[in-house]
Design a protein around this ligand. Sequence first.
Ligand code: HSE
Length: 405
Amino acid sequence: MLTIALLGFGVVGSGTAEVITENQDRIRRATGDGIEIKYILDLRDFPDSPFADRIVHDYDIILSDPEVQVVVEMMGGSHPAYDFTKAALCAGKSVVTSNKEVVAKFGTELLALAAEHSVHYLFEASVGGGIPILRALAHDLATNRVHSVNGILNGTTNYILTRMVEDGISFDAALAEAQQKGYAERDPSADVDGHDAARKIVILAAMSFSVRHNPDTISIEGIRNVKVEDVRMAALAGCAIKLIGHAEKTENQKLQLWVAPCAVPHENPLSHVNDVFNGILTDTDMLGQTMFYGRGAGKLPTAGAVVSDLTDIATHPYDVATAQHWSDGDSACLTDSATEEKARFLVILPPALDNAKLADALSAVAMIGNEEIGRCVITTGKITRAALDETLATAGKNASVYRII
Ligand code: HSE
């Protein structure tokens, strides 16, 4: 029997208790034994919950109980989650978490601490909710060299962009709807400004290249400035606008690592990932492209990923040789996405007679105008973003620009 303690009895915490209770028979079949929740740490009491007798308010009770083998941290935020994680690892207890903020900021240190104490630090639920992507990178794709990872990693922004495409509503209207449905927080900035996706792509890059970069040092652009005219013109050019987290090793061993709204051509499977769903497209040397798709958020999908980490711990003793070991990367190893990366772009701007001249200057491969939308879209040749911006500025154009992936 694996004896665990839950830190936090909110959405994911209560979901984890539910999955363990509902699917205990399947857990037994997978592990040979079950999982027992001995404690649940929360500030609140839950007198009506079937788990009311497990609620504690003092973390020391959990830390000092030698029967507790795994602490499951689902508190969110950096502190005290990071401090509680450290204390558990130092006490020789494995830690499972859904907390992407802690993993993205402190993952290198916490994995090293886990190795020092020969215990697990697992975080499948921190990226892509219920999608088994981290385990795939750690095990199934471990013998492949990863070239790139592109992901739709935030369900809230994907819902907003889908609503803008499908119903032609504005960003503000789609955000209000996402808030009403409980997808977006009252303060939506972590989602719409790209910080949540940034933490997740940092984790995916660390899993792929064993180097963790501080999410605060990567280029992050959210979706606040995406206009409904942009998504409609992008559709005419055969693309969907999606918030993409991108990680790619360059030939000179630098790393492209950024989050931005991009134009995704319809032949790319990521363009068909809609609503609150997430999609992650990996490109590796042996397998080529592989698409992971599913529910990137929500109580039971996320809790399911937490429980899959617990079954992993129940069935595999810690092994330093196969565990994750990251180092912290220097921001000098990141490419400057504006000056060092060449790509094709969609440039969306009001129609004008001199747009043909601009299209020539941008080595455009296509230009489409639409009177009803009142916009023109130019598909550029390969160019850096800095050169593109300079050409637009010289021509006196104020345009929306999306990199094509
Ligand atoms: N706010 C996140 C999202 C939750 O919308 O995807 C899951 O990490």
